[in-house]
Design a protein. Structure first.
Length: 191
């Protein structure tokens, strides 16, 4: 009977420690949308984005140990006064993957899903390149005129926890160091 009580106390203590670790504040690791610029190119609205990917130490350690990190950038173009249930004029999700290739000692950044991409010698160079999205065609000027205006551009960047290897996912869901997102940022459309 006494051994059973000791096991219960030990289990309760272990759960308390895990809960405390999961709820503990971490260093300010977060993503931020730092630049949104639009331009007219052949009667199309083209978007250039800058995203600062402030990865947590845990995510960087996983990357350096060969775990690929999948990032999603979601872009919405909506009328400024639209209701939440009104469809967006543009709703795009862009996927990117960054991974370390230990044999070549290089970091690879590429669209996800897809092939190709670019190789970088340093992790910082790869992360900086990951945050530069240039020349993304959003919508034609004609569609903008038909929809009326004014418009707001919404952008969010986040780490895809479901894209992590299966053994890493439970920890990623439990610990805030893995819940990396810029949150939604709003930008009035200049056209």
């Amino acid at each position: 009977m006494r051994a059973r009580n000791n096991h219960r106390r030990l289990a309760a203590l272990a759960l308390l420690v895990l809960w405390t670790l999961a709820m503990a504040p971490r260093a300010a690791a977060e993503f931020a949308v730092t630049k949104v610029q639009t331009r007219d190119e052949e009667s199309m609205l083209v978007l250039d984005l800058g995203i600062d990917y402030g990865f947590s130490e845990e995510a960087l350690e996983a990357l350096d140990n060969g775990v690929p990190l999948i990032l999603e950038v979601q872009i919405l173009l909506r009328g400024t006064d639209d209701w939440i249930w009104t469809s967006s004029l543009v709703d795009q999700r862009l996927g990117y993957i960054i991974r370390y290739k230990p044999l070549s000692e290089r970091y690879l950044v590429s669209p996800f899903p897809g092939d190709g991409g670019a190789s970088y010698v340093t992790r910082d160079a790869a992360i900086a390149a990951l945050g530069e999205i240039d020349g993304l065609h959003l919508v034609s000027r004609e569609q903008l005129r038909e929809a009326g205006g004014p418009f707001t551009l919404w952008v969010r960047a986040s780490l895809d926890i479901d894209g992590l290897p299966l053994p890493l996912r439970p920890m990623a869901y439990l610990f805030p160091a893995w819940r990396l997102s810029s949150g939604w940022t709003q930008w009035p459309l200049q056209y």
